[in-house]
Design a protein around this ligand. Structure first.
Ligand code: ADP
Ligand code: GLC
Length: 483
């Protein structure tokens, strides 16, 4: 059994902006089930504190003259111990974890997450008298990127693992910020935290962690190329021996159509007929024509370029002239929110757009839809196509990242050997999107084949077990090499 400090800037059900929260809210539970002694470290945002029922202060932790505490609680619905970094100056404010109410990044984000990282380092080095020192520190994304860098300067330290969930977000700040944070000068060089004379938090993880992972094997290869490496493909290539991909799992406690409390009608592989009751209910709710035979395409997403919004908008006039209904739930860049809403006004019988964040509706869209739209430009793993597969909702995806690793196209050959579970675009373009959806609609008219595709999709193993085992093997290797 190893002691694992798992560090994340969000975790479901406490706080969530995207898939990282789903991962951080479920992988630690899977690790614990596999006999690991895990602590989850999270910032104490107001939204988190509101959801905490039982807690106690277990240490004080002042950083950059800002007083703070470490609060202990549990991850709801599990036995995993959560330690919250409660530094009010950094985290006690309204708005999102990373952006303010105007959608702008908090201007003190570097300081906020440096405080978070210093707290993590102090725990990792057993400086807070917590009577628990990790063997392995597992960091996620740029917000915890300084941790491997700072620990690398210690003669005796835990092993470090850094997981990249998205290369597009790197935590870049100017050099003045590096100086104002009083970070050790020996970290400032092109193989360290410096990125073209700027401070890069993500480089702290990539350059200094003992092991680097990303959330699918395919994305681990893609980021070695300039197209997906966002300027860090060179550094990643130099570390390729320590880089690997471990696919995300899904939390069956929350994402299982057979037990999902958000659904009007629960169903499983053997009662797939009941799935369409969820569709007619959603049609009523969305003021769409109510008819179970009309194919419905769903999408629940951050509305950003990554998720294929450009080709979706380009294809909308063709798409909405097909006999389909499209339901989109999302928030993100205002121009996407506005454009989609305008299309919905013009095509009220074909398109419903809900701008907002709604956990319950997300589940109901997954259950109601026949197909799921995810034509991403890049996708490190993607959880929504996994949820869709689990719900018998066939994903229409591009051949990138984790989408390529998890969705098998409904080609004649794959249909014949029962491996097909969705539709994969030949390239990321509006034309190909229409080609794939047209292909899907033709198969939708063949109920026996469609049912088999749904069964194939729902039969996939998306549990965390295999991935948790892979992480544990990686921890063991990092520990061996670190000794
Ligand atoms: P990413 O992390 O890049 O946003 P993922 O597919 O990995 O993409 O995970 C997205 C997660 O966020 C899923 O759990 C999805 O259901 C959820 N989500 C995204 N947008 C919304 C929304 N508007 N309302 C509810 N859930 C959302
Ligand atoms: C990121 C990626 C997404 C991935 C998620 C969880 O947000 O964009 O593809 O599924 O992290 O790892």
């Amino acid at each position: 059994m190893s002691k694992i400090l798992y560090i994340s800037s969000e975790a479901f059900p406490f706080i969530k902006t995207g898939g990282l929260a789903d991962v951080a809210g479920s992988l630690p539970v899977a690790l614990q089930k596999n006999s690991q002694d895990v602590r989850l470290l999270l910032p104490a945002y107001p939204e988190v504190l509101k959801k905490v029922t039982r807690s106690k202060v277990i240490a004080s932790s002042t950083c950059y003259s800002q007083p703070g505490n470490i609060i202990e609680t549990r991850l709801p619905g599990s036995k995993v111990i959560v330690w919250l970094v409660d530094c009010p100056a950094a985290f006690n404010r309204p708005g999102g974890p990373y952006i303010d109410s105007h959608g702008q990044p908090w201007d003190d984000n570097a300081l906020r997450f440096a405080i978070f990282c210093h707290a993590a380092v102090n725990i990792a080095l057993n400086k807070l008298d917590l009577n628990w020192q990790p063997d392995v520190v597992h960091c996620n994304d740029w917000q915890s990127g300084l941790v491997p860098a700072l620990l690398s300067l210690q003669p005796k330290r835990p092993a470090t693992v850094f997981t990249i969930h998205n290369m597009a977000y790197q935590g870049i700040f100017d050099k003045k910020t590096f100086l104002s944070l009083h970070l050790p000068v020996e970290l400032w060089h092109m193989d360290g935290l410096e990125f073209y004379d700027q401070l890069s938090f993500i480089k702290g993880g990539i350059a200094y962690a003992d092991k680097i992972t990303t959330v699918s094997p395919n994305y681990a290869n893609e980021i070695l190329q300039p197209e997906f490496g966002y300027g860090l493909d060179g550094l990643l290539n130099s570390r390729s021996e320590d880089l690997s991909g471990v696919i995300n799992g899904i939390d069956e406690k929350y994402w299982n159509p057979g037990t999902d409390e958000f659904l009007v009608e629960k169903y499983n592989r053997r009662s797939l007929n009941k799935k369409s009751i969820n569709k007619t209910e959603l049609q009523k709710e969305c003021q769409l024509p109510v008819d179970a035979t009309i194919p419905m395409i769903g999408m629940v997403s951050r509305l950003v370029e990554q998720k294929g919004l450009e080709i979706i908008l380009e294809s909308l006039s063709d798409l909405l002239s097909l006999p389909v209904q499209l339901v989109i739930l999302g928030t993100g860049q205002p121009h996407y929110e506005v454009q989609l809403s305008e299309w919905a006004e013009k095509y009220p019988d074909h398109l419903k757009v809900i701008v907002g964040y709604d956990e319950s509706l997300a589940h109901r869209i997954e259950a109601a839809s026949d197909m799921y739209l995810m034509p991403s430009t890049f996708e490190p793993c993607g959880l929504n196509q996994l949820y869709s597969l689990r719900y018998g909702t066939l994903p229409v995806v591009t051949r990138v990242g984790g989408l390529a690793d998890t969705v098998t196209d409904a080609s004649e050959e794959n249909i014949a050997n029962d491996t097909a579970n969705g539709f994969v675009l030949k390239e990321q373009s509006a034309d190909e999107l229409i080609v794939s959806i047209t292909r899907a609609l033709a198969l939708y008219q063949k109920p026996v084949i469609w049912r088999q595709l749904q069964i194939n999709a729902m039969s996939g193993d998306f549990s965390w077990q295999t991935s948790a085992e892979q992480y544990i093997a990686l921890y063991q290797q990092a520990l061996k090499e670190n000794n």
